[in-house]
Design a protein around this ligand. Structure first.
Ligand code: 13P
Length: 251
């Protein structure tokens, strides 16, 4: 059975102290609550170890937002997958459109990052999604398929089964312009079809495909009610317990 997941991506927000406060606040709010999904928070690198210490990681999984495409060595300023794993974080967001667009992360680089994440026991939350011009030109399905193919489809079935996908149409990120539930479902179903063709029905059925892009307390329930939408990757609305908790509870 595939997992339902609500994951927060804090992006480059929150000091260490503010991050700890948010993580602890969320942990407290979830304590004793029966929720119907896994909850994950993606914090900046420097928060990881302290956040893991401060919360019950059985209740909230912790994710990095990136890792290096090299194992170790003279790569000033980089953080490796093994370093991320050594903090106790269990997930890593990879391929976010902001990393692709602003930091030149190519499909080849992402392929290396995915491999290293898996080799170090981390679960990649791998992001894919088209920009507005691609959707308007009706190329969104091709773009998403190409992104999957270029970075993930050399993985063995056993390794692919460890991946969580996040469909994040770039035009919906931070814009307040959410994909309609029908648009999300249509793309998620297409992604699952693509996975069936590549890895077979069992693996495709077990892959969690999250939707990301302006998800909030008001639209989460409708988005998550689609059969192929297995949860959300939440940016802005993950930065406060009051905004994030209702999204978790939308399941
Ligand atoms: P917003 O929820 O702020 O649109 O961000 C989505 C996102 O990029 C999550 O990774």
């Amino acid at each position: 059975m595939r997992k339902k997941i609500v994951a927060g991506n804090w992006k480059m927000n929150k000091s260490l102290q503010e991050g700890l406060e948010l993580a602890k606040g969320l942990d407290k709010a979830l304590k004793g609550k029966a929720v119907n999904c896994d909850v994950i928070i993606g914090t900046p690198f420097i928060h990881l170890a302290s956040v893991v210490e401060a919360i019950d990681t059985n209740r909230i999984g912790v994710a990095a937002q990136n890792c290096a495409d090299k194992e170790s060595g003279a790569y000033t300023g980089e953080v490796s997958a093994s370093m991320v794993a050594s903090t106790g974080a269990k997930y890593v967001i990879l391929g976010h459109s902001e990393r692709r667009a602003y930091y030149g992360e190519t499909p080849e680089i992402l392929k290396e990052k995915v491999k290293l994440a898996l080799a170090n026991g981390l679960t990649p939350i791998f992001c894919i999604g088209e920009v507005l011009e691609e959707r308007e030109a009706n190329k969104h399905f091709d773009v998403v398929k190409a992104q999957l193919k270029a970075s993930l489809f050399e993985l063995s079935a056993e390794d692919f089964a460890k991946i969580v996908l996040a469909y994040e149409p770039v035009w919906a990120i931070g814009t307040g312009k959410t994909a309609t539930p029908a648009q999300a479902q249509e793309m998620h179903a297409f992604i699952r079809e693509t996975l069936i063709a590549k890895y077979g029905k069992e693996i495709a059925d077990d892959t969690s495909i999250l939707y990301g892009g302006s998800v909030n307390a008001g639209n989460a329930k409708e988005l998550f009610s689609n059969v192929d939408v297995d949860g959300g990757l939440i940016g802005g609305a993950s930065l406060g317990v009051d905004k994030f908790l209702p999204i978790v509870e939308a399941f």
